[in-house]
Design a protein around this ligand. Structure first.
Ligand code: SAM
Length: 241
């Protein structure tokens, strides 16, 4: 039985895990790379990797049994442009992203992250300032970050944090506050479940601009403000997502 949630702040999940470089993961490591954070059992990436062979796809997930299932399925399907790794994205991804060849990271997706509704649990949420800064540092101008969730009080502070970073723009043509269509060819498991119930999905597609990432301290400070809905209006720029 796989646990529904694990606490990313528990001691076991705070241990850094060195992640193998692209050469150890993919048949052609020079392909543009798609990183999916919180990939669960990988059904979204298994379908996406087959449809988009011109990219490598890496799924990272904190629940190890799900990664084992996903990797077994990947091997059965003989997909060499796909890999799944067990890690806590907030502990192990930053060094891995920093070591990528410049320009290789093409797309980062963060879809239906765990909401951790209680205020005292917000630190367990996956999009923390340090991770966003590492993503911003690894994405070249024009490359994309895609967020979606069915929980407005979760995605709103994520959007506010991305905005506070100053590193991302939204395509002019996209509807505000939320983009209607999913730009990806395959819905995730959670997305399929939510849409089948007729519930709303909140989506935002970002393009990296040319500005340098803010300092970690500045983004952490912004993170503290954006985590508190009463101070969203203090985020630079307008306060709507
Ligand atoms: C609600 S599920 C969504 C799964 C999938 N993205 C989807 O849309 O169907 C969120 C996933 O993120 C994983 N997760 C949560 N925190 C994580 C972290 N710090 N590092 C890696 N994965 C994490 C959870 O274990 C869970 O599988």
């Amino acid at each position: 039985m796989v646990r529904q949630h694990v606490n990313p702040l528990s001691r076991i999940h705070q241990q850094p895990r060195p992640l193998p470089p692209p050469e150890a993961l993919f048949a052609d490591p020079s392909l543009p790379l798609h990183l999916d954070i919180g990939c669960a059992r990988g059904r979204f990436l298994l379908a996406t990797a087959a449809l988009l062979p011109g990219r490598n796809h890496l799924g990272v997930e904190i629940r190890r049994p799900l990664v084992e299932v996903a990797e077994a399925e990947r091997q059965a399907r003989e997909l060499t442009n796909l890999h799944f790794l067990f890690c806590n994205a907030n502990i192990s991804l930053q060094d891995w992203l920093a070591a990528l060849p410049a320009g290789q990271l093409d797309l980062v997706t963060l879809q239906f992250p765990d909401p951790w509704f209680k205020l005292r649990h917000h630190k367990r949420r996956v999009l923390q300032p340090g991770l966003l800064r590492a993503i911003a540092a690894a994405l070249a101008p024009g490359r994309e970050l895609f967020l979606q969730s069915d929980v407005a009080p979760l995605i709103e502070p994520m959007v506010a944090l991305v905005k506070a970073s100053g590193c991302f723009e939204r395509p002019e043509a996209d509807a505000r506050p939320w983009r209607q269509a999913n730009p990806l060819p395959v819905p995730t498991e959670r997305e399929t479940h939510v849409l089948a119930q007729g519930l709303p999905v909140y989506r935002v597609l970002y393009r990296r601009n040319a500005l340098p990432p803010p300092s970690r301290q500045a983004l952490e400070q912004a993170g503290r403000s954006t985590d508190n809905p009463h101070t969203l209006a203090d985020v630079p720029g307008d306060s709507s997502p």
